[in-house]
Design a protein around this ligand. Structure first.
Ligand code: SF4
Ligand code: SF4
Length: 364
């Protein structure tokens, strides 16, 4: 395993981190714990969860897994988050999290999912930052971090405020251009940087031919190549992979073992050669999935991804029919209220895409 220093904290974190959002069977606690232990035995020491992954069951699994990891003599760092912004609510949340995680303090505690700068200002006005500072003074959290879905200069502006010690954000081989500006602030402020969604919500393994440009050798798997691309970014402290089971953990550990870093020049050349068309892809995060009209937005946007990625004339209609079993006409119910675009973590023009989908007709 390779380790990197998390910003100015001095903590040495493994470049491969364990994300607790994709356990294959959350009801099978034993399998979840087994996956966590396999990761720790392979040198993974960064474990990230959240209070709404599988309800509270991811944090509960983490509680059992971390206890077992400790019993086996491994050190670890635990990371979790809160969406709450009022001090009393944050306090109640963290007290419950400490119990579920079975720890006395949380190493990296995140203000969760800042989707726009106004939202951050609102949370600050509610007293979120003061409460985080109090929690740190009391020793209940070690480091104040933020999880952001901002892009471009907005994420830079958030981080340049200088109140965070680290940032968690989505970054991968297809969307890197939309978030690269974050690294300016990460370098300037000496922040830890954790990236999530490294495989683009499954798009990269589903389209290995489109991402073959990442491979250093023809025999290299596209998943390993996509992870190694991220590790080539020296500013990234750790890359979270949402593991389903211990087999997936072992595959990712092999990617670390065979990792031959590119130098900065090679990475820059790779990035400039990468197809810019990977920008604007829906990651399936689901934050938009509360449409007052009941439109299944993530499914429709997934179908739109297929059109972008395959350029197929009927890609959208085929995906909707054969994968999701829904009709393109469902998109026509949109009343353009704008709620989904406000929530979209990828800042996609959802309304425009829905109009395009609704007008689709099969091409023979
Ligand atoms: S803009 Fe359209 S799709 Fe988006 S939430 Fe409003 S009605 Fe639903
Ligand atoms: S449209 Fe945006 S918010 Fe909705 S699932 Fe896709 S990326 Fe997430």
């Amino acid at each position: 395993m390779l380790y990197r220093t998390y910003g100015k904290t001095g903590k040495e974190v493994s470049i491969l981190g364990f994300g607790g959002m994709r356990f294959a069977d959350i009801e099978n606690r034993e399998a979840g714990v087994r996956a966590m232990v396999a990761a720790a035995e392979g040198g993974v020491n960064y474990f990230d969860t959240a209070p709404a992954y599988f309800g509270t069951k991811s944090e509960e699994t983490f509680g059992e897994g971390l206890a077992e990891i400790k019993r086996r003599g491994h050190d670890y760092f635990v990371s979790t988050k809160t969406f709450k912004s009022k001090p009393s609510e944050i306090r109640a949340e963290i007290e419950a999290q400490l119990k579920r995680l079975r720890v006395d303090s949380i190493d990296f505690y995140h203000i969760w999912c800042v989707t726009n700068l106004a939202n951050w200002q609102e949370r600050k006005a509610d007293g979120a930052l003061e409460e985080f500072l109090r929690l740190k003074d009391e020793g209940l959290i070690k480091h104040i971090c933020v999880s952001s879905h901002l892009i471009g200069d907005e994420i830079k502006e958030l981080l340049m405020e200088g109140v965070f010690e680290g940032v968690l954000f989505g970054y991968s081989a297809y969307n890197f251009r939309t978030r690269e500006a974050a690294f300016d602030a990460i370098r300037a402020k000496g922040l830890g940087a954790v990236v999530m969604n490294p495989l683009g919500g499954g798009l990269i393994p589903q389209h290995p031919e489109l991402f073959a440009f990442l491979k250093r050798h023809p025999s290299e798997g596209v998943v390993a190549a996509a992870l190694r691309f991220l590790w080539d970014h020296r500013e990234i402290s750790t890359t979270l992979v949402g593991f389903g089971n211990d087999t997936e953990v072992k595959e990712a550990l092999e990617a670390v073992e065979g990792y031959e870093p590119r130098d900065e020049g090679e990475l820059a050349a790779l990035k400039s050669a990468a197809a810019s068309s990977f920008e604007g892809i829906c990651t399936g995060c689901g934050y938009c999935d509360d449409c007052p009209q009941g439109i299944p937005i993530p499914k429709l946007m997934d179908a739109y991804n297929q059109q972008i990625l395959t350029q197929g004339k009927n890609a959208i209609l085929d995906r909707l029919a054969w994968h999701w079993s829904i009709k393109a006409s469902e998109a026509a119910a949109c009343v353009e209220c704008g709620q989904c675009e406000e929530a979209c973590t990828q800042h996609l023009p959802i309304i425009e895409r829905l109009q395009e989908i609704a007008a689709k007709e099969k091409v023979e």
